[in-house]
Design a binder for this molecule. Structure first.
Ligand code: TPP
Length: 545
């Protein structure tokens, strides 16, 4: 049970919209990413006079992706808003993306006036039913008192547990209603795992870890959310336990630590795959153990520590923040496992990718290597497509929160709007976007947002005139391609029309200096690289079905 202490609301004759703004201000919200509409206008009117800056995205999907990226980079929760019906439904792609990767988001949508609900009113849709499967909680607000309670609960849920988006749907009339504070109930969050069960499971986990002969830690993004990267390093170093990370957790354990084995799962390194298949005990910390990660895991006992109850599937489950768990095991001493470490030393922790091609059109792996080298001090935001594989295989990550991508839901079109949230989350840091020509055309309208805010975002568009990864799958499964060639516009002219400086590159030697220069300028910049349309990404044998 958790009682929310930190958020107070000034009492007396206050409209709900005003109270919402005050609660958000007190909750430390600096930015709200959104797009207005009739049913949320009272809230916009109040926002106009607040300290919170509203970022006008050009599509609600962009608002959700920007808020998601803001959260992923800052480690705080993101906020996105939209109007009723179409506005709300446009948010869903971004909300689902955040849900899949357990990103804390507060999602607020307007709704038709209470009296019209259920009357098939203009723009009416049962938003909560739509949002229910893609949020940890979705509520229809009935009155201001209920709204205050649900908002405080939402903030507390996402701030403390950080396991996904919470949605509130607020009818137009409720925004303007005055609150009767005597009717506002106390916030009570559902209990987490029963304390007795938790202690028993922790006891069992410690016993197992103490006698492990071939232990492996799988570190997930929960380490980032709980800001426990240092605790993880201390624990692994002290006990000499090797560490693999999931796709999302890249950066939570230093690439240059000899205990680091690289990523595990579908894109796993040799060392991680071997360790996962041969470990006797796996300690999964803040990882949801998706089917993609589990392709790298063999028969063994799994201790899973995760605040997100829905992801617990280990032999011993500990529903707890990973940082709190690591505090509990600080004195633990596992057996000497030097034989196991010697065995693992035989296997590669990095991918061997040849990028030395000088061909024109440029090979995508060469282009991406040049871009990543030039972006080494920037936040890199990646989209979904064949370029994602090259980025995954080539990128070395120094610290958490410097690389984000569209994750477990993997929508094309994530990267451009996400760059807006990423840039605002870390002022002073530059952002480099890597996106394909297909994904770019799904959310390119956010170039307007980037340009208007003069954000230090360099967009690197890899133009292979096709939906590259789908083309590759079609060839592999059906021997031919269908509906995957793209007739593209002149991308540089398009970017220039948004007021963004743009260039097109055709040869490999031009890429590094161009990206470096763009990053140093610290202004919106657009670089199109024309790449080989027939180059395919390597597929690991366990990925080919
Ligand atoms: C919104 C959405 N629609 C469809 C897909 C399926 N899909 C995944 S990657 C891809 C092609 C991406 O093409 P492009 O952005 O040009 O990148 P490339 O593969 O060529 O590097 C498609 C259609 C998806 N992930 N998301």
């Amino acid at each position: 049970m958790v009682y929310m202490k930190n958020v107070k609301v000034t009492e007396g004759g206050k409209k709900f919209a005003q109270a919402v703004v005050e609660i958000l201000e007190l909750g430390g919200v600096k930015y709200i990413f959104g797009h207005p509409g009739e049913q949320i206008l009272p809230f916009y009117e109040t926002l106009r006079r607040s300290n919170i800056k509203h970022i006008l995205m050009r599509h609600e999907q962009g608002a959700a992706h920007a808020a998601d990226a803001y959260a992923r980079i800052s480690g705080k929760f993101g906020v996105c808003i939209a109007s009723a019906g179409p506005g709300a439904l446009n948010l869903t792609m971004g909300v689902a993306t955040a849900y899949k990767d357990s990103v804390p988001l507060l999602v607020i949508t307007g709704d038709v006036p209470s009296a019209m609900k259920g009357c098939d009113a203009f723009q009416e849709v049962d938003t909560s039913t739509v949002f229910e499967p893609i949020t940890i909680r979705s509520s229809n607000i009935k009155n201001p008192e209920d709204g205050i309670l649900k908002l405080k609960e939402a903030i507390e849920l996402i701030r403390q547990n950080k396991t996904g988006p919470v949605h509130l749907s607020i009818p137009r009339d409720v925004w303007d209603e005055e609150i009767d504070y005597s009717k506002v109930k106390e916030v009570i969050l559902p209990d987490q795992m029963d304390a007795e069960e938790l202690n028993e499971n922790i006891g069992q986990a410690i016993k197992l870890l103490e006698k492990a002969q071939r232990p492996l830690i799988i570190a997930g993004a929960g380490i980032f959310w709980s800001k426990s990267a240092e605790k993880l390093s201390n624990f692994a170093n002290k006990n000499k336990i090797p560490v693999s990370t999931t796709y999302h957790a890249r950066g939570v354990f230093p690439d240059d630590n000899p205990l680091f084995l690289g990523m595990i799962g579908v894109r796993g390194t040799e060392a991680s795959q071997f360790a996962g298949k041969n470990a006797d005990i796996i300690l999964a910390l803040g990882a949801r153990l998706s089917e993609r990660t589990m392709t790298g895991v063999g028969p063994c006992r799994i201790i899973q520590v995760n605040l997100d109850k829905k992801s617990l599937k280990g032999d011993i489950n500990i529903e707890e923040d990973v940082g709190a768990f690591l505090d509990r095991v600080v004195d633990l001493n596992v057996r000497d496992s030097s034989n196991w470490l010697d065995e693992l030393a035989e296997y590669a922790r990095y991918y061997e990718i040849d990028t030395s091609f000088d061909d024109v059109p440029v090979k995508p792996q060469r282009a991406i290597k040049e871009i990543l080298d030039a972006a080494e001090d920037s936040i890199v935001v990646d989209d979904a497509g064949s370029h994602t594989t090259w980025v995954t295989l080539l990128q070395k990550i120094k610290e958490p929160g410097t690389f984000i991508f569209s994750g477990g839901f993997a929508p094309m079109g994530y990267a451009i709007p996400a760059s807006v949230g990423a840039a605002l989350a870390k002022p002073g840091k530059t952002v480099v976007v890597i996106v394909g020509d297909g994904g770019f055309q799904m959310t390119l309208q956010e170039l307007a947002t980037i340009s208007e805010l003069k954000l230090p975002v360099t967009v690197c568009l890899l133009n292979n005139s096709s939906l590259g990864i789908i083309k590759q799958w079609q060839k592999m499964h059906y021997g031919d391609t269908y509906q995957v060639e793209l007739q593209n516009p002149d991308f540089t002219k398009l970017a220039e029309s948004y007021g963004i400086k743009a260039i097109r590159l055709n040869s490999p030697g031009e890429i590094y200096p161009a990206v470096k220069k763009a990053v140093e300028l610290g202004k919106p910049y657009f670089i199109e690289v024309v790449v080989d349309k027939d180059e395919e990404v390597p597929l690991p044998s366990w990925f080919i079905k």
